[in-house]
Design a protein around this ligand. Structure first.
Ligand SMILES: N[C@@H](CCC(=O)N[C@@H](CS)C(=O)NCC(=O)O)C(=O)O
Length: 248
């Protein structure tokens, strides 16, 4: 390659870098527009709120009436029509776990997922396990009666034992610092106790799950976390309603 051609290529490359820099600076100056379409007591929505707060991102919270879904929800999440939906500069992102990863990729400060690929994979694995297995088993125990309830409690406790092992000897699921998996598992301390109360059962016994109990205290001690929780009466009322529709 001739000397002149090399110089031209380098100068083109420098121009691209410069234009990218100008574009990014302009975007930053304009500021991000961040909105969350969510519910008042949803365990999926609160993860997204916590993640944005941990990143220091300002956002507007749009409360959705799930009995009469708004056109903006239907348009933003046409496949599931569920909350939460994150609207970032007009782009719509759905599914809470996907949203958490998106937030972590866009706003780099206070990383949520671990840096090490194996640890990242493990955090994603347990997040999926928690959302798919633990939630549905707890739900089954909640609605069941008699012998069936006993069996469902045992099976939910088996899954909770696997989660217990993930936090043994640690302050948070991610280690010393609060992270992605903590936000995913976080429905346990608050919502599970309401589910236990309304469903008249005990799943998370202190003697059987000392590490989850210790983690709960560490987690709930964080001001940013506990200031964002929905009122307990609202959560209890919601599960009362769920139980009524189960029995009906
Ligand atoms: N897998 C979804 C679950 C979201 C979800 O179930 N949202 C509930 C509120 S907690 C909802 O929008 N329900 C309305 C409906 O099912 O029509 C996520 O992680 O975002």
């Amino acid at each position: 390659m001739s000397y002149q051609l090399k110089r031209r290529r380098i100068s083109q490359f420098a121009q691209v870098l410069f234009l990218n820099f100008v574009r990014k600076t302009k975007e930053k100056e304009k500021g991000d527009e961040v909105k969350v379409i969510g519910g008042v007591k949803s365990r999926y929505c609160i993860r997204v709120q916590w993640a944005l707060k941990l990143k220091g991102v300002e956002y507007e919270y749009i409360i959705e009436d799930l009995k009469n879904k708004s056109p903006i929800l239907v348009k933003s999440n046409p496949v599931y029509k569920k909350v939460p939906v994150l609207l970032h500069n007009g782009k719509a992102i759905s599914e809470s776990l996907v949203i958490l990863e998106y937030i972590d990729e866009v706003w780099k400060e206070n990383p949520l997922l671990p840096q090490d690929p194996e640890e990242r994979a493990s955090a994603r694995f347990w997040a999926k396990f928690c959302d798919e297995n633990v939630i549905s088993e707890v739900w089954e125990a909640f609605g069941a009666q008699g012998e069936q309830k006993k069996k469902a409690i045992e099976s939910a406790q088996e899954s909770l034992t696997l989660l217990e092992r993930q936090v043994e000897g640690k302050k948070f699921f991610g280690g010393e610092k609060l992270g992605y998996l903590d936000l995913v598992v976080a429905w346990i301390p608050y919502w599970l106790s309401a589910i236990e109360e309304i469903g008249e059962m005990k799943l998370l016994e202190a003697e059987k799950f000392p590490s989850i109990h210790k983690w709960t205290r560490n987690f709930m001690d964080i001001a940013l976390i506990n200031q964002c929780l929905p009122a307990r009466e609202k959560v209890l009322k919601y599960f009362h309603g769920c139980l009524r529709s189960y029995v009906a």
